[in-house]
Design a protein around this ligand. Sequence first.
Ligand SMILES: [Zn+2]
Length: 499
Amino acid sequence: MKVQRLFQGAGIAALTLYPLYAPTLSNSSMARMHSPLPLTDFALAMITNLALVSLAVALLWICLERTRAAKWIRFCLPAMYVFFGAECFSLYRTDNAGVKRLLGIAGLALCLTWVLYRVWPRTRRHVEFVCGKALGGLGIFCLLVVAQLLHLATWRPVPNFIEDRSLASAISPEMRSRVVWILMDELSYNQVFAQRAAGLDLPNFDKFRQSATVFTNVTPATDATQTALPSLLLGRLVDRVGYTWDNRYLFATQGQSLQAFPASETPFAVARNQGLTTGVVGWYNPYCSMLAPYADDCYWTYQANIPAVFVIGDGFWRNVGDAWLRYWIAVDHGQRDRALVYQAKVYDDLTVRAKRILAQDQPDFVFLHLPLPHPPGFYNRRTGQFESVNRASYLDNLALADKTLGELLATMHASPRWASTNIVLCGDHSWRTFVWRGTRHWTLEDEMASRGGVFDPRPMLMVHQAGETTPATIDSSIPLIRVHDILDSLLRGEQPDFQ
Ligand SMILES: [Zn+2]
């Protein structure tokens, strides 16, 4: 009997914690792809929580089963299934569990259960029998989840850096031209230049425009960072990506199956063939695995809130506690958000490294993928400080993107290589209002700046060629994946074709 109670406790644990472990297990490849660190702490913390909930529920049930409370617990079981069923359903539709709505649905289920038992009293025994047995079945499912989590705990990433090999091969760099590709995630042309919000100052974008070609009608590759970046690196549309257990990056175009990512078709290979050295400072994608044979200097990271409340690298005990934060965050949404603190940390880490790589003589080809102005807003443009509360907007992040651009340009200006430096500045997609509107990260300022959430699909694309001192504008339509060919031309020392 006690073993049966333990299985039922495990069933409750499997149900209540499902939204936390499911995204990591059902899409383990993506969780690993975006994690620069092992997932061991997360997996062991999850197993600990499953064990704690199983034991607590089993003990409580053993203590209560001969009391009047047991009758009420059995009565509530169908509503509990409805609550967690609705939570699992909402998990794949939104990033917000919406606890108040879920409680409302569960309350309705309670009322219906009461009506059912009043109208057909004999159904009560059957319903309670099925609910009890189903819990036992979920207990067996819980064991399978633990086995999968143990497997995940054994995964080891490849290092998220490649030591600087380029310095050793440096040969009179001032003789060669330099190409710097700055990709700011979610940088919208419309919000920066076409319909800039009143009162938003972006002096560095304006200044850069004075000596660059700006494209006013760029069509995006895809709306997801995950597929947009490999699309730009290959110059063709990537439909989906994958990541093997032994850390090999895979990609597929539409209708094709996943295959090894051909780093030899990226501008990094062109640079190497030209005898140039290469470097990456990147966000989100496992660049050091993707570009390994052609990157002399590489570092990538990601704040990796998987799946939403856990932060990889926080350690076992913090991850144990993280699981219990989720309802607090959902109820209190709009308030303090640890995700913002980690976004700011990652931003600091990447920009420090970006400035350092630009200040050096090497590499000749530098690719910077920065985590802004990608929401959530984590910067307050009025105070100049990072935010730990959800009240900053996309415009705040744009102001930080402008400040960052200014710092990167100042670093490049100070370099002896400035006169021969070419710069490609772009977004990977535009501001995805359809993704952010309705989440806890959406602010009134976002609503106004987007004119009620209207999506403008044009990502930013600007090109400064070495020595260019006048502005130019190209209004004809151009796909963003042409960035690949523009980079190839610049790396070969040729004039890029903008038509
Ligand atoms: Zn993106």
